[in-house]
Design a protein around this ligand. Structure first.
Ligand code: ADP
Length: 479
C-alpha cells in the first residue's frame, strides 16, 4: 500500500493473492488492508491537503504532465501487468493504458482553467465573485474491468482541482493499482497527496471512508447495488458523491442502416473486454428487414473470435473475471433459451486447449430475446449479444428506454433526421450514432437513472472535485 509517500505492509501484516484469470495462477501477493490502514491513509491525505490545495494550478499541472510522460514511457510494462492480472488481450491493454494516460494530460491542461466569474449585482455598492475551490479529501473506489484508466479518470481531475485522495482499487486488480501509484511516486507527488489502500474485503475500507467526516467526496465506479449503498451511507454527513454504475445499453440497427457496418461495429464494441464494460451493448434491436444481413455478418465475425490468454497472438476474447461471473453469464443464457430464445452462436463455457483453467465463455448470440427473459433487463457483463427484432421506430425508442439504466446507447442509421430524433429521445448519458467509441478524456462520461450521477472526463469531471463559493462584497459608497 502507498500511504503518506511510503510503500507499506498492512498494519496487521495480512496479505492476499492476485490471480491470473486466464490460468488461475497466483501472480503475487499484496497487503490486505483494514480499517486501521484506511484511517492512516485519510490522516495522510488530510495533512497533505493543506499545502496541496494551496499550491498553484501550474505546480499541480506539472506533476500531472510528469505522470503522463511516465505512464507513456511505461506503457508496455503496464499493459503486461494488466493482461496478466485482468485478462484482456495485450493490444486492448495498451489501448487502455493510453486512455488512462489521456486523463493525466487532459487534466494537466485543464488544471489551469479552473475559472471563477463575476456577476453583476442589482445593488450599486455590491460585487459578486464566484470562486471555485477543491472539495477536500477524496475517497475513491475503482473496479477491475478497466483497472488503470478508472484510477486516472478519478485521480487526475481530483489532483488538478487540488484534492488529496485515498484510493481503494478492486480486490481483483491490486497490481494494476500498484503500478499506477508507482508512477505517481516517480512523478514526485508530495507525500500524502495520493494514497493507496488494497484490501481483500472492501467493506471495512468503504465504511472508514464513509464514516470519516474529513473525507468530503466519494467517487465510485462499480455495480449499481454497491453504488446505491455508498450513496445512502454518504448521506449521513452529506459527502459529495459521484457514481459510475451499471448499464444496459441498447444498440439499434435501423431499417436504413448499413447492416454490415452495424454488425462490424457491434462485434467490436460488444466483445471488447469480453463484454465486461458498463457501456457494452446488452440489447441489440434490429429492424426486421435487417435481421438476415445483420446476423449473417455478425455470425461470421463471431466465428472468427479467438479466445485465450491475452498474450497469445490473435486472441480477442479474454477470460471473465472469476467463476461467479461465468456462472452469472451462463445462467442468463440458459434462462433466455428456456424461455424461447434461439442460439445463433455460443451458449457455453470454453474448456478446450487448457481454457478450463481460466474463466472463458464462448461469444454467444441469443436471438428473439423477449422482455420476460432476465437478460432483457439484467446487465450481463459477458460476451453475449442478445438480438431483438423490431418494426417501428417509436416502439424501439420506447423499448430502448424501458430500463432502469441510462449509461450508453448506440444507433445505426444513415438518416440525419432520424439520428437526431434518437439522440434527443434516448434517456442515456452517452449516445453513439454510427459510433461505437463515444468516449475520450475530453468528453463527459456518465449515466442517467440508476447508471449513476455526475460525469467523469471533460470540464464536467473537474467540476465534480470543486466547490463553488460566492463572495458578496459591499464596497459601501466607494473610496
Ligand atoms: P463488481 O460486481 O463488478 O465487482 P463491485 O461494485 O462489487 O462490482 O466492485 C466495484 C468496487 O467496489 C471494487 O473496488 C469493490 O471492492 C468495491 N466494493 C464492493 N463492495 C463494497 C462495499 N460494500 N463497500 C465498499 N466498496 C465495495
Amino acid at each position: 500500500m502507498f500511504i503518506n509517500g511510503e510503500w507499506r505492509e498492512a498494519k496487521d501484516g495480512g496479505a492476499f493473492d492476485s490471480i491470473n484469470p486466464a490460468s488461475g495462477e497466483v501472480i503475487d501477493q499484496v497487503p490486505d488492508g483494514s480499517a486501521a490502514d484506511a484511517v492512516m491513509a485519510i490522516d495522510a491525505a488530510a495533512a497533505a491537503y493543506k499545502d496541496w490545495s494551496s499550491s498553484t494550478a501550474y505546480q499541480r499541472s506539472d506533476y500531472l504532465y510528469r505522470a503522463h510522460a511516465l505512464m507513456m514511457e511505461n506503457l508496455e510494462a503496464l499493459a503486461a501487468v494488466m493482461t496478466r492480472e485482468q485478462g484482456k488481450p495485450i493490444q486492448a491493454a495498451r489501448n487502455e493504458v493510453k486512455y488512462g494516460a489521456d486523463f493525466l494530460i487532459w487534466y494537466a491542461e485543464e488544471a489551469k482553467r479552473v475559472y471563477g466569474r463575476t456577476i453583476p449585482s442589482a445593488r450599486p455598492d455590491q460585487r459578486f465573485i464566484v470562486l471555485r475551490q477543491p472539495v477536500g479529501v477524496v475517497g475513491a473506489i475503482t473496479p477491475w474491468n478497466y483497472p488503470i484508466s478508472m484510477i486516472t479518470r478519478k485521480a487526475a481531475p481530483a489532483l488538478a482541482a487540488g484534492c488529496a485522495i485515498v484510493l481503494k482499487p478492486a480486490e481483483a486488480t491490486p497490481l494494476c493499482a500498484r503500478a499506477v501509484f508507482e508512477i505517481f511516486e516517480k512523478a514526485g507527488l508530495p507525500a500524502g497527496v495520493v494514497n493507496l489502500v488494497t484490501a481483500a474485503d472492501p467493506r471495512p475500507i468503504g465504511e472508514t471512508l464513509l464514516q470519516d467526516a474529513r473525507v468530503r467526496k466519494l467517487t465510485f465506479t462499480g455495480s449499481t447495488g454497491v453504488g446505491k449503498m455508498l450513496a445512502r451511507e454518504a448521506s449521513h454527513d452529506l459527502k459529495r458523491v459521484s457514481l459510475e454504475l451499471g448499464g444496459h445499453a441498447p444498440f439499434i440497427v435501423c431499417k436504413d442502416a448499413d447492416p454490415v457496418h452495424a454488425a462490424k461495429g457491434l462485434s467490436l464494441v460488444k466483445f471488447l473486454n469480453t463484454g465486461q464494460a458498463c457501456i457494452s451493448p446488452n440489447r441489440i434491436f434490429v429492424h426486421v428487414s435487417q435481421m438476415d444481413p445483420f446476423l449473417n455478418e455478425l455470425r461470421s465475425r463471431v466465428a472468427g473470435l479467438k479466445a485465450g490468454s491475452g498474450f497469445d497472438a490473435g486472441v480477442r476474447i479474454g477470460p471473465l473475471v472469476n467463476a461467479a461471473a461465468l456462472e452469472k453469464v451462463d445462467r442468463q443464457v440458459r434462462d433466455a433459451v428456456d424461455k424461447g430464445a434461439e442460439l445463433a452462436a455460443g451458449g457455453h463455457r470454453l474448456t478446450e486447449g487448457g481454457l478450463d483453467r481460466g474463466f472463458f465463455y464462448a461469444p454467444t448470440l441469443p436471438i428473439y430475446v423477449a422482455p420476460d427473459m432476465r437478460i432483457y433487463r439484467e446487465e450481463t457483463f459477458g460476451p453475449v449479444a442478445p438480438v431483438i427484432p423490431y418494426d417501428d421506430d417509436a416502439d424501439v425508442l420506447a423499448m430502448a428506454n424501458d430500463t432502469n439504466y441510462g449509461l450508453a446507447s448506440y444507433v445505426y442509421t444513415r438518416d440525419l433526421s432520424k439520428a437526431m430524433w434518437f439522440f434527443e429521445g434516448l434517456r442515456f448519458g452517452i449516445v453513439g450514432i454510427n459510433d461505437i467509441n463515444p468516449t475520450a478524456a475530453s468528453a463527459p462520461f456518465g449515466g442517467m437513472k440508476e447508471s449513476g450521477m455526475g460525469r467523469e472526463g471533460a470540464v464536467e469531471g473537474l467540476g465534480e472535485y470543486l466547490e463553488t463559493k460566492l463572495g458578496g462584497f459591499s464596497i459601501g459608497t466607494g473610496v
